[in-house]
Design a protein around this ligand. Sequence first.
Ligand SMILES: [Zn+2]
Length: 235
Amino acid sequence: MEAKPKNAADPKGANSFSMRLLETVIETARLAGYKFVPLEEMQREPQRQRQFSIRLDLDFKPQTLLPFVELGKRQKIPFTLFVRVNGPYNPLWYTSYSAIAAMASAGAEIGLHTNCVEWAAIHGIEPGRVLAAELNLLKEWFEVKSIAPHRDVNYMHNTLPWLEQNWTQLSKQHGLKYHAYDAGLLRHALYVNEGLSPHLSWRGQTPFEAIETGKPIYMLLHPHWWWVDHPFERD
Ligand SMILES: [Zn+2]
């Protein structure tokens, strides 16, 4: 018999990962007095209570951003979106670019989702050059103030240690205000995210459990796992 997912009995359907569920999270947080802020604002004052930031890592399928654009406009949510340049999609492909640009014009903060150390190791190129190339491309079209590392092959080449070791120089060189694993941010905020373990579920506490604490909430979501009618609607 298959093991029961951790949140299977959650009355709010915490394992369904529909946009309806996300809207319920947002409405529940608002009722509890939470204010939604971009990640840049949260990292400036991470100890402030009842603030909620939603980070989106765009790993695959840029079209899955479109329901987030709608939800963001309807609920006035300032999402923070991290976009890949070396990923399995081209951010400048017509429909990818228009989805990312729609997020930006709906008020989302845009950052770079980078796996520059892994890419550099595979191709024998210095990681700083890869990062500069990625940033240059994205900065041409969007205001980029931040970075979130991405891992393609789990833990094989992790960009985060390199980023942290070189952060003083890199942030100055590229005019970056923060990266997504900033120590102050993670020390003060409750980190909520979904992931495969092995099935899609909340990795630790659910957002509903986090809301009950009143503490700052930093929630990471992956748009390709979220859907309006069913999980394969944009395949
Ligand atoms: Zn990622």
